[in-house]
Design a protein around this ligand. Sequence first.
Ligand SMILES: *Cc1c(COP(=O)(O)O)cnc(C)c1O
Length: 382
Amino acid sequence: MVISASPVPFAEPVFVTRPIVPPMEEFVRELESVWRSGWFANGGAQHRTLEDALRNTLGARHLSLFNNGTIALTVACRALRLSGEVITTPFTFPATPHVLSWNNITPVFADIDPVTMTIDPTRIGELVTERTTGILGVHVYGMACDVDGIQKIAEEYGLRVLYDGAHSFGTEVDGRPVAQFGDATMFSFHATKLFHSAEGGALAVSDPLLKNRIDLLKNFGIKNENEVVMPGINGKMNEIQAALGLVVLRHVDAEREARGRLAKVYDERLGSLEGVSVFSLPGHVRSSMQYYVIRVDEKVAPVGRDRLYEKLREFNVFSRRYFHPLCSSLNCYRSHPSASPQNLPVANRIAGEVLALPFFGALGVEGANRVSDMIHHIFQNP
Ligand SMILES: *Cc1c(COP(=O)(O)O)cnc(C)c1O
């Protein structure tokens, strides 16, 4: 399609995501019951109801709510007794390796798969040492890790498997929810995520003893009035967060469907652009629809990724280069031998290609078409 006239910029800045904003009356109704109870924290009625609802929605055997995803992941490392070194991916949000650091664990970086952009299980074995205790995989954008490949290598070396599923609310592999794989999966309910409670998080596990340990760890290790059985932290979700979560949860399916319509527009409009690849999920994976990301190959496309990112800003479109910079290039991690670019050629290449586009229901099909027009225009007028 040839678009000659320059597209009209958006009147207001358009970001990659916009939280589900439910009708305020729905939230006020939940708050009224919080006010009547006078119970604001420590596992009240809202917390119990949300924990049950999310356990069902996420298909988890056991679920524990948290005040945010980072604390949930931090507690998971303790609960699984991870120590020494944990093998993880550089292609993630900095919280992933930071959580290991906060547990005095060295993050060891393995390269990613060029298609799924998640940790490549075939690169894990060569990084295992006698200090390695676990694997921390990250489900990226909505795609899932190679959960079977990771499980196999974990069993071979006797390692624990932990997943950062911050992007994967509703992601399924062969019809199975991601919450059912590995020893524990973290979910984030930050406002930028598909499902949110302003801030919040959860851990999904299959082992009931692990669930008990997690619940102690997130509440100072307090077992009862007389016993404090371990050095815990405060990871509890409060009643206001849980009330918001209950309201937002009613709108998640509609939001995911709306995002599905946008993905179709982008796939059709951008998939044929020279040097652009749209992300097509393998047939056995259902996406959470967290982000819509294109890859720009600057050797083929008329503009590189960074130029496209800059030019889109002129149209009031604030795309994001997730995940740039790579965690392995951060000052706090770059000195580890596994962080060298020679060890991570795929991750380093892909970090220079990816661009997340505006992807939220309120953008509408018309909005996605406008963004597509802008990208076509930029490609024709590089
Ligand atoms: C958002 C995010 C986190 C952090 O979750 P919070 O709830 O904000 O603490 C961790 N990992 C990834 C991949 C994320 O996208």
